[in-house]
Design a protein around this ligand. Structure first.
Ligand SMILES: [Ca+2]
Ligand SMILES: [Ca+2]
Ligand SMILES: [Ca+2]
Length: 723
């Protein structure tokens, strides 16, 4: 079904890519070619040549280097002889300084190395030559998941046995489905294919075989210094060729299977790969977002130690709409023009995501603006080794994959660390570049990647430790310097003063910058320390100030209240047994705003003075410590004043029933109560302002009401009713 055909190889192919022939090998180097003389003023170039001739014998012409600086050729001079000659010449009048001139050769004797601007160009190149003194990819396996491989002599020494993961026999073009032979039989499409298999090939461009996988493999790891063709960026790495693309591309499911197989995972029907990839190169793209099964295959490959590098894609959009370039935790690779700008087809990054690394991808099918690499000369089936320039994010990708191999050889590190470090050590885009903002992380620079050491984060700031009940609450700020890449989490430890540090066993969330240390002893002094971590390790500790866990104090009770004077009250308290710094109280007069809390030392007696005579006040009492206050007790108090007479006394008689009612006295003091009697009868008590009396004898009667409070009885109020 055509609907499942998502992929085209992320190369920009022309129908007439010039296939280059093989030039002769470069002659062997000679170490010393002459001496470079810096003349004193008044000395001519001819005189300098003559002075050199006097010392070394044979000279063979001179060349200007700069004003006052002349290169003199000295045929046959050895390094030792040159050093001796320099000593002698520097003693002579007329000569200021002497240097030795040596033959300069490309770092590679591969005949097309001069065309490999992708490795050397000051603006767009990966600066691979200086890196090769440190690492060449030896011991590293780069899986190239692509169209397969040809038996190219510039690749053969670096090839490992691979596999063919193409499930569709027509696409595979090798007569069968999946097998253990990744040979590229050619991926040409002609009209006859479309006519014969329209379901499979309708809409596919008719093209000669691309040898795309062979081209990509060469850019990653073609043999260097073999006097053949080109040098790969990781020329001593091994290539694991894995076929997933054939005629008119392939399917993402085959690509996912290839990722699994290449990284050492199990793919039913195929033997397990005995050479698991350290790096997986995906110079392919489809214009869909990263599907979960693709992300899963990538996650598992990363878990098995493979760094996954994928083309950003060639649709001049952003990576989030491309796969696998838009998957997470991979290194996406955008393509640069020779001058260091984003190529006019390359996808770019998107804000909030890990940004693509940009590397030379070229802009035309020429040696000047394309990337020359290994191909086959056959238009359909393999016909013989050849070299040709292609351009595309496909071509930029193996440069980053090769750089990952060099880095992992020089400094073994996790895939996440490789990605962070390669991004961190990119060169900035040149001034005036069209790649700004979230376009990309920068330009691949292998030399920087190998010479700049990854950094752990700096110390965290703002560490505060607050005591709580059996616990200490910590919070802190991000480190000022996150090191290489983002902070991935924090380490937290604590100890009793002078004791052993104890680690926190919890897993850490990189965004969480607080921690509650629990199960600590109240009243014991602790200290805590926090360090930020990134993929390269843990930064220095920041130690907190000493901190003491402490519970809030318990509740206070008021047992009794007495009145030692007409304006004061004395409270007997019951205080909690532990964690008390002192007592707080406040007095609020009835109907007024609450008073201010006042502090006093802890004790079971509290005297409150300055009370208004006979007026109701609320006294609240609580204890406190450094953490705060306990639950307060509350009591209403009033200094003892006898109440006044009740007001508005009324009696309503109805037969033997009499209803006596009144209003409270103006002055009540605390909790006024009442007594009522008829004639000389017994006093009857009530707290209400009304009493119903029954069996009242007919005839005139005197009704008396008397108020009382705890200070004593108020005056009698009475009324006489005749009937
Ligand atoms: Ca096959
Ligand atoms: Ca095969
Ligand atoms: Ca070579």
């Amino acid at each position: 079904m055509r609907g499942t055909r998502l992929l085209t190889a992320a190369v920009v192919l022309g129908t007439a890519g010039a296939v280059l022939s093989m030039p002769p090998a470069v002659a062997a180097d000679g170490p010393v070619v002459g001496l470079v003389i810096t003349r004193e003023s008044g000395t001519t170039a001819r005189e300098a040549e003559s002075l050199v001739g006097d010392v070394v014998g044979d000279v063979e012409g001179r060349t200007p280097v700069a004003p006052g600086v002349t290169a003199v050729e000295t045929p046959g001079l050895t390094v030792t002889e040159a050093q001796q000659a320099i000593k002698e010449l520097q003693r002579l009048d007329g000569i200021a300084e002497v240097g030795v001139d040596t033959k300069v050769t490309a770092a590679s004797n591969d005949p097309y190395f001069a065309d490999q601007w992708s490795l050397t160009h000051p603006l767009s190149g990966a600066q691979a030559e200086s890196a090769w003194t440190t690492a060449t990819g030896a011991g590293q396996v780069i899986a190239v998941i692509d169209t397969g491989i040809t038996a190219h002599e510039d690749l053969a020494p670096n090839l490992l046995p691979g596999a063919d993961l193409i499930a569709n026999t027509l696409v595979a073009n090798d007569g069968d489905a999946r097998d253990s032979d990744p040979s590229d039989p050619g991926d040409w499409v002609e009209s006859a294919d479309i006519t014969a298999h329209p379901d499979e090939f309708e809409g596919c461009p008719t093209l000669a075989s691309s040898w795309h996988g062979t081209h990509v493999a060469g850019l990653a790891a073609a043999v260097r210094d073999n006097a053949k063709g080109i040098a790969g960026i990781a020329p001593d790495a091994k290539i694991l060729p894995v076929r997933a693309l054939g005629k008119c591309g392939g399917t993402m499911s085959d690509v996912a299977a290839a990722i699994t197989w290449a990284s050492g995972g199990e793919v039913p029907g195929l033997p397990v790969n005995q050479n698991p990839a350290d790096v997986i190169n995906l110079s392919l793209s489809s214009s869909v977002t990263c599907q979960p099964f693709v992300q899963a295959a990538i996650d598992e490959a990363i878990g098995r130690g493979a760094t996954v590098v994928a083309a950003a894609g060639n649709r001049f959009g952003t990576i989030e709409n491309a796969s696998p370039g838009g998957c997470y935790d991979i290194i996406a690779v955008g393509a640069l023009s020779r001058s260091g700008s984003r190529a006019n087809y390359s996808n770019q990054g998107v804000a909030g995501r890990d940004l693509p690394i940009f590397a030379a991808g070229g802009t035309a099918l020429t040696e000047t603006d394309g990337l020359v690499s290994t191909v086959d000369s056959g238009a359909k089936v393999p016909a013989g080794d050849s070299y040709t320039p292609y351009y595309g994010t496909s071509m930029a990708t193996p440069l980053v994959a090769g750089a990952a191999a060099l880095l992992q050889q020089a400094r073994p590190m996790s895939p996440a660390a490789v990605a962070e470090h390669l991004r961190d050590t990119t060169r900035p885009f040149p001034v005036g570049s069209n790649c700004t903002g979230s376009c990309g992380a920068g330009i691949l620079d292998v030399s920087r990647a190998l010479t700049i050491a990854p950094r752990v984060p700096g110390p965290v700031g703002g560490l505060t430790a607050t005591g709580a009940d059996g616990a200490v609450s910590l919070s802190w700020d991000e480190p000022g310097d996150p090191g290489t890449g983002a902070v991935t989490g924090y380490a937290v430890e604590y100890r009793q003063a002078g004791g052993q540090w104890v680690g926190s066993p919890d897993p850490w969330n990189s965004t969480l910058r607080q921690k509650l240390l629990q199960d600590l002893a109240n009243g014991v002094t602790y200290e805590a320390r926090v360090a930020a971590k990134n993929v390269f390790g843990q930064g220095p500790w920041t130690v907190s100030a000493p901190v003491t866990p402490l519970a809030l104090p318990g509740a206070t009770q008021i047992r009794t209240v007495t009145y030692p004077s007409k304006t004061s009250a004395r409270l007997e308290l019951r205080l909690p047994a532990e964690n008390i710094s002192g007592v707080q109280f406040r007095v609020t007069r009835l109907g007024r705003q609450p008073g201010q809390w006042q502090e006093t030392s802890a004790g079971t007696r509290l005297r409150v003075s300055g009370l208004a005579r006979g007026v109701r006040h609320t006294v609240e009492v609580r204890v406190f410590n450094e953490r705060g206050a306990g639950t307060a007790a509350s009591r209403q108090v009033a200094t003892p004043v006898k109440p006044g007479a009740v007001k508005a006394l009324r009696v309503k008689r109805s037969g033997a029933k009499a209803t006596v009612s009144w209003q409270p006295p103006t002055r009540t003091g605390m909790d006024v109560r009442y007594r009522v009697r008829v004639g000389k009868g017994d006093w009857r008590a009530t707290t209400a302002e009304k009493m119903v009396l029954r069996k009242v004898a007919a005839g005139p009667a005197r009704f008396e009401v008397r108020s009382r409070n705890e200070a004593g009885l108020g005056p009698v109020a009475y009324i006489v009713k005749r009937k």
